[in-house]
Design a protein around this ligand. Structure first.
Ligand code: NAP
Ligand code: MG
Length: 479
C-alpha cells in the first residue's frame, strides 16, 4: 500500500482529519490512493497561509514567476506518460486521452510562464495638463480554486497557472473523486520554487472545504468549475460578501448537421463529441440536430458507429471509451436512459451496464431519437448518452440549437460558407465549432460560455487576466 496522500499547506505536507479512498473505475478491486481529508478548520489554516504569502508573491519579479511556471510545465511534459497513466487509472478516460490531457496541463503552465513576462499596462494622456495616467493590472490576492473530476489535471492547471502567473496565492480544492491527480500536480508545484503558502492543496468535501473557501473573508476570488446547481449556490454566497467569482458550469451542447455536410466528417464529429471521454465533458455534443435530407442516412450510420465503439478498461490498448467515473454518475446516466424511454424518445442503441474482465462502471454508449421538449434533450446528463433531433432546415436547426438554458459550445457540420458564417454569428454559445467536434479546444485562447453555462470573465489564454487581476488607474502630477 502506498503512503496516504497529504495536503500541502504553508509549504509543508500535512495529514488530514479523516481519510478517503480513491478507486479505479476500470477495476474496483484497485485502490488508486488513500488520501487525507480536511475539515473546515484545516481549510482555514490553508487560507491563512495563502493570505500570509500574498504580498511576497504579489511583489515577486516576472522572471521568478516565469521560472516557477516554466519548471512546473517542463516537469509535467517530461512525465506526461506517467501522469497520464495515473489519470486514466483514477478518472477512467482512456490512456491516449489521459496522456493528451497531461500534455495539455504542461502546455498551459508553459503558456502562463510566458504571460508572467508579458504583463503590460497603458499610459494615457490625462485630460488635464501636467497629469499622467497609468493603467495597470495587480493581483487580486488569495484565490480559491474549486475543480471537478472530469479533467483532473487540465482544469486545475488552467486555474492554478494563471492565478500564480498574475501574482495571486492559491488554495486549491480538487474533487474528491480525483485526489491522486491533484496530489501529483501539487507535488510538482511544491518543488518549483514558490514561497511557502503561495500554493496550497486541501482535499476534502465540497460541503466542508469548498464551502469554507467560498465563505471565508480572506479569500478574494473564487474560480469554480462544476455543476450548475453547486455553481449557483457559490455565486450567491460569494456575491453576498463581494468576492470576485468565476463559474464554468454545465452544457447541453448542440451539433448541427446540415444536408450538405461531409457525412464521414459529421459522423466523426458526432461520435467523438458525444461519446469520447465517456461523454463526461462539459463541451460534449449531447444534442445532434440533423436536417431532413441527411437525417435517415446519418442516423443509421451513427447507430452503427456507436455500436462499434470499444468500451473497456482505460489502460487496455484499443479501448475507445473508458468506464464512467463513479457509481453515482453511472446511476444517473442509466436513470436518464430509463427516463428517455418513459417519455417517448425512440431508443436506438446502448445505455446498458456492461461486464468486462475487471469489475468497473462500464456502460454502452446510448443513442436516442428525441423531440426537443424531452428532458433527455434538455438536461445535462454528463455521460455517454446522446440524442438526435430532426430539423426541417437550417433555420429550424439554429432555433433548436439555441433553445436551451445552456450556452457553452455549439457546432455545425456543413459545406456552406453562408450557413457556417451565419451560425458562428448567431449560435448563443461562448464557443462555436465549424466541421469540428464541440469538445476539444486550444489552450491559448478563451474558454467559457453564456447563459447558465458560465458566469464572469473567460478562463484561459490572455483573457484569463480579467479574472486573476484587478485594474488600477494611477494619476501623477509631475511636480
Ligand atoms: P460538482 O458536484 O458541482 O462539483 C465540482 C466541485 O465543487 C467539486 O470539487 C465539489 O467537491 C465542489 N463542491 C460541491 N459542493 C460544493 C459546495 N457547496 N461549495 C463549494 N464547493 C462544492 O460537479 P462534478 O460532479 O465534480 O462535475 C460534473 C459537473 O461539472 C457537470 O455538470 C459538468 O458540466 C461540469 N463541468 C463544467 C465544466 C466547464 O468548464 N463548464 C468543465 C467540467 C465539468 P466534491 O469533491 O465534494 O464533489
Ligand atoms: Mg458532483
Amino acid at each position: 500500500m502506498q503512503p496516504t496522500l497529504k495536503h500541502f499547506i504553508n509549504g509543508r505536507w500535512e495529514t488530514g482529519v479523516t481519510l478517503g479512498v480513491s478507486e479505479n473505475p476500470s477495476d474496483l478491486s484497485e485502490v488508486v490512493a488513500e488520501f487525507a481529508r480536511a475539515d473546515a478548520a484545516q481549510a482555514e489554516t490553508a487560507i491563512r497561509a495563502a493570505a500570509d504569502a500574498r504580498d511576497s508573491w504579489a511583489d515577486s519579479a516576472p522572471q521568478r514567476r516565469f521560472d516557477v511556471l516554466d519548471t512546473i510545465g517542463s516537469e509535467i511534459l517530461a512525465r506526461r506518460d506517467e501522469l497520464g497513466r495515473l489519470l486514466a487509472r483514477e478518472e477512467g478516460k482512456t490512456l491516449p486521452e489521459a496522456v493528451a490531457e497531461a500534455t495539455r496541463a504542461g502546455q498551459i503552465f508553459k503558456f502562463f510562464a510566458g504571460e508572467a513576462l508579458r504583463q503590460t499596462g497603458e499610459r494615457v494622456p490625462s485630460v488635464r495638463p501636467g497629469v499622467e495616467v497609468d493603467i495597470t493590472r495587480e493581483p487580486v490576492g488569495v484565490v480559491g480554486l474549486i475543480a471537478p473530476w472530469n479533467f483532473p489535471l487540465a482544469i486545475p492547471a488552467w486555474k492554478i497557472a494563471p492565478a500564480l502567473a498574475h501574482g495571486n496565492t492559491v488554495v486549491f480544492k480538487p474533487a474528491e473523486l480525483v485526489p491522486a491527480c491533484a496530489h501529483a500536480l501539487a507535488e510538482i508545484i511544491s518543488r518549483a520554487g514558490l514561497p511557502a503558502g503561495a500554493f496550497n492543496l486541501v482535499m476534502g468535501s465540497g460541503r466542508s472545504v469548498g464551502q469554507t473557501l467560498v465563505d471565508h473573508p480572506l479569500v478574494d476570488a473564487i474560480s469554480f468549475t462544476g455543476s450548475t446547481s453547486v455553481g449557483e449556490g457559490i455565486l450567491k454566497a460569494a456575491t453576498a460578501r463581494r468576492a470576485k467569482v468565476q463559474l464554468e458550469m454545465g452544457g447541453k451542447n448542440p451539433l448541427v448537421v446540415l444536408d450538405d455536410a461531409d457525412l464521414g466528417r459529421a459522423l466523426d464529429c458526432a461520435v467523438q463529441g458525444a461519446f469520447y471521454s465517456t461523454g463526461q465533458r462539459c463541451t460534449a455534443s449531447s444534442r445532434i440536430i440533423v436536417t431532413a435530407g441527411l437525417h435517415g442516412r446519418f442516423v443509421q450510420a451513427l447507430r452503427e458507429r456507436t455500436q462499434a465503439l470499444v468500451v473497456d478498461h482505460a489502460l487496455k490498448r484499443g479501448s475507445e471509451i473508458g468506464p464512467v467515473a463513479s457509481e453515482a454518475q453511472l446511476a444517473q446516466n442509466l436513470s436518464y436512459v430509463e427516463l428517455g424511454r418513459r417519455e417517448g424518445a425512440e431508443w436506438l442503441t446502448g445505455g446498458e451496464r456492461l461486464q468486462r474482465d475487471t469489475r468497473g462502471h462500464y456502460m454502452s454508449p446510448a443513442l436516442f431519437l428525441a423531440e426537443p421538449q424531452h428532458r433527455l434533450a434538455r438536461e445535462e446528463i454528463f455521460g455517454p448518452v446522446a440524442c438526435v433531433i430532426r430539423a426541417a432546415d437550417y433555420d429550424e436547426a439554429l432555433a433548436l440549437a439555441n433553445d436551451t438554458p445552456y450556452g457553452l459550445c455549439a457546432g455545425i457540420c456543413t459545406a456552406s460558407l453562408k450557413h457556417a458564417t451565419h451560425f458562428k454569428r448567431h449560435a448563443q454559445a461562448g464557443m462555436v465549432m465549424v466541421n469540428l467536434p464541440t469538445a476539444g479546444v486550444d489552450y491559448h485562447v478563451p474558454f467559457g460560455g453564456r447563459k447558465a453555462s458560465s458566469h464572469g470573465p473567460r478562463e484561459q489564454g490572455r483573457h484569463a487576466a480579467e479574472f486573476y487581476t484587478t485594474v488600477k488607474t494611477a494619476y501623477t502630477h509631475a511636480s
